[in-house]
Ligand binder design. Structure first.
Ligand SMILES: Cc1cc2nc3c(=O)[nH]c(=O)nc-3n(C[C@H](O)[C@H](O)[C@H](O)COP(=O)(O)OP(=O)(O)OC[C@H]3O[C@@H](n4cnc5c(N)ncnc54)[C@H](O)[C@@H]3O)c2cc1C
Length: 383
């Protein structure tokens, strides 16, 4: 049994020696190239004994608790390809978690096992164009109606990470009993990917899809969990998903600072190294304060998850703080590197682009702030 320290060191070496050298503008937005590279990297990660820190052992994962995952996710995410390599990247990391919690034995075999073994990949298709579900899930327009013993799904989904060439879809739809989750093969007639929506970010396995569901017929065994309990089920995915993003983005922001620190230690301006300029030093110090505070909030929330406690409140606080803090860190790293930071010659620009959407997905920060304030004011919750 390897210690966490040993595992972390293995991940660190793998990221530096294997993943970072493969980062390239040529593959950043190429779904097929990313799938190819994922296959290669995952084989190498298995050989290195670091594949799937969060995944069940029966499927080749390490089944580590959240606190240990926090350290490994952070370490892996120093590379834009790292979480992909370890199969702890979204959307399949939270998809597998949801399936592990809700899937029937047959669904485990059909969907969870191939995702965990990295033979197939899935998307989670919730968001819809207006007037459908966005920040407010109660606006869900996609319907699942019963007809001749089948469920018939109709709807329109947008911005679905991993949706291009996904094999499996998890789709919330409105039924008479309330919102219900469905899991099925995307080869099902009536399921159609319209396009890959260009976003500011790259390195997303399966891009960001727009999807149409047109009389998509599913049998009863496509229901994931309990009919009508979809909104509660979605929370099981969302809370750990947003905390896992915090874990990974701390690693990304660290990488940006590593590059920036290397730069200011070498670069001379006005007769002194940039590292000797107080305003540069302040950017370094503030960034490390942001990273440390982010890590503490994340680790505390991970510890609560390991204790089986609800993290609704704490994961919201962590998500808001970390998404803004890592954005500040990437922005300072960019500033410290001058034109190099803006260019594609350094990874900082890709990292900076990746940080921005985190304030919108997994619940927009404004929505989290308003939910936090309501809970605090209504129930007089103390820190
Ligand atoms: C990179 C990326 C990947 C994504 N991947 C997926 C995916 O895999 N699956 C999926 O289903 N969805 C995905 N999404 C969509 C994401 O979940 C939504 O963007 C998010 O839920 C917000 O919905 P919306 O974009 O419709 O914004 P809207 O609901 O239109 O809100 C727009 C803005 O209004 C403000 N706002 C909203 N409500 C409030 C409020 N109550 N108080 C104050 N301000 C408010 C916020 O600033 C918000 O950003 C992804 C989005 C991005 C950017």
């Amino acid at each position: 049994m390897r210690t966490l320290k040993e595992l972390k060191e293995r991940v660190r070496r793998f990221i530096d020696d294997v993943a970072i050298p493969l980062e390239s503008l040529d593959i950043e937005r190429d779904v097929d190239a990313l799938d190819d590279i994922a296959r290669t990297l995952r084989r190498q990660a298995r050989e290195a004994g670091i594949y799937g820190p969060q995944l069940p052992r029966e499927y080749g994962g390490l089944a580590l608790p959240w606190l240990a995952c926090a350290e490994l996710f952070e370490e892996s995410a120093r590379s834009l390809l790292g979480p992909i390599a370890l199969n702890c990247a979204p959307p399949d990391q939270p998809n597998a978690l949801l399936l592990d919690l809700l899937a029937s034995p047959a669904q485990r075999a059909q969907f969870l096992e191939p995702i965990a073994r990295s033979e197939k990949r899935a998307c989670f298709a919730m968001t819809e164009p207006a007037p459908g579900a966005g920040s407010d899930p109660s606006m869900l327009q996609t319907t699942a109606r019963r007809k001749h013993g089948k469920w018939v799904l109709n709807g329109h989904k947008k911005f679905i990470s991993g949706g291009i060439k996904a094999d499996i879809a998890i789709v919330p739809a409105r039924t008479e009993e309330g919102v219900t989750l469905f899991v099925f093969e995307t080869a099902t007639p009536g399921y159609r990917v319209v396009r890959d929506i260009p976003m500011v970010t790259g390195y997303q396995i399966g891009g960001h899809a727009e999807i149409l569901l047109e009389d998509c017929e599913l049998a009863d065994d496509a229901v994931l969990g309990v009919v009508g309990k979809g909104l509660a089920h979605i929370q099981l995915r969302l809370e750990p998903a947003r905390l896992s993003h915090c874990m990974r983005f701390i690693g990304r922001a660290r990488r940006a600072m590593d590059i920036a620190q290397g730069y200011v230690n070498e670069r001379v301006s006005f007769g002194a190294r940039l590292a000797e300029q107080q305003q540069v030093q302040a950017m370094v110090a503030d960034s490390h304060i942001d990273l440390h505070a982010s890590r503490l909030l994340t680790l505390h929330c991970a510890a609560l998850m390991d204790e089986g406690k609800s993290v609704k409140h704490h994961s919201s606080m962590a998500k808001v703080f970390v998404s803004e803090a890592v954005g500040r860190v990437a922005d300072r790293a960019m500033q410290m590197c001058g034109a190099l930071g803006i260019s594609e010659d350094a990874a900082i620009s890709a990292i900076w682009r990746e940080m921005r959407p985190f304030r919108i997905y997994d619940g927009a920060n404004e929505v989290h702030r308003s939910a936090l304030a309501r809970r605090i004011l209504d129930r007089n919750i103390s820190p």
